[in-house]
Design a protein around this ligand. Structure first.
Ligand SMILES: [Fe+2]
Ligand SMILES: [Fe+2]
Length: 252
């Protein structure tokens, strides 16, 4: 199974220069100021950069050669995503600073210090499952809602990569779960839940990132995303629905 994800990784390679038609026009959504549009796309760019740090860290923590091989390919994908979004944004203006709604949960995910075994899983569950799983949904909606042909061309390529990273993380975590003690399982879940719930709470009813406006997701889309990804974690077997409920209740 990991072999087939790796084969797909090799088959799906694309080039910024040759596979994106840079002659496509840029079209701004009429409902945004330009600066707001740039600020929104800039958040994707920053997400790409933070995901690279997750890959770099995971590369030092896993010892399975196939897993390392995938992570090395993923790191190259994320560097390409950073470059492609930087080029797109620079056609419109300067890259805007990162917003807390992206920075806080991702920096928090990187700060995870678990046991030797728990450590890569804590990072991978937060990045590969919660963040990249959510990114696929958001990018899909952005691709449908935004009128820019160039953005759509880029987005189609990036989204396929993110879906593959998410599939890899899901597979890896599922395989590793039998090696985790109950205590570690619950500890990891509590850590990830706290990060994403805090972030959802901080941005509630505040369009700090206007993604919600573009995608017609509700303003509490971070909370909704957490609910969706939590179901994934239950399905994978990290926690039971009951354990998830109790842990979340203890965090509130
Ligand atoms: Fe990416
Ligand atoms: Fe990714």
């Amino acid at each position: 199974m990991l072999d087939s994800i790796l084969a797909k990784e090799a088959a799906d390679q694309w080039s910024i220069e040759h596979d994106i038609d840079w002659d496509l026009p840029i079209r701004y959504p009429f409902w945004f100021r330009r600066s707001t549009y740039i600020r929104t796309i800039s958040q994707i760019y920053h997400g790409e950069r933070l995901t690279q740090r997750a890959c770099q860290r995971l590369l030092t923590e896993v010892d399975d050669p196939l897993v390392s091989q995938f992570l090395a390919c993923q790191l190259a994908d994320e560097q390409k995503h950073e470059a492609v979004f930087a080029r797109y944004i620079n056609l419109m203006g300067d890259i805007a600073p990162i917003e807390p709604a992206i920075k806080d949960p991702l920096e928090g995910s990187l700060a995870w210090q678990g046991s030797k075994l728990g450590s890569p899983l804590g990072v991978m569950i937060s990045f590969h499952i919660v963040f990249e799983g959510g990114a696929v949904t958001v990018l899909d909606r952005l691709g449908r809602s935004l009128p820019c042909p160039l953005f759509r061309a880029i987005n189609t390529k990036v989204m396929a990569d993110e879906a593959r990273h998410n599939a890899f993380g899901t597979k890896y975590v599922r395989d590793q779960l039998p090696n985790l003690s109950n205590e570690e399982r619950l500890e990891i879940f509590a850590h990830v839940a706290r990060l994403w719930l805090d972030c959802a709470k901080a941005t509630e009813n505040r369009y700090s990132i206007p993604i919600a406006l573009v995608t017609r997701l509700k303003s509490n889309y971070l909370a909704e995303n957490w609910e969706r990804q939590k179901l994934q974690l239950i399905k994978i077997g990290l926690v039971t629905a009951d354990e998830a409920m109790k842990t979340e209740a203890s965090l509130r």
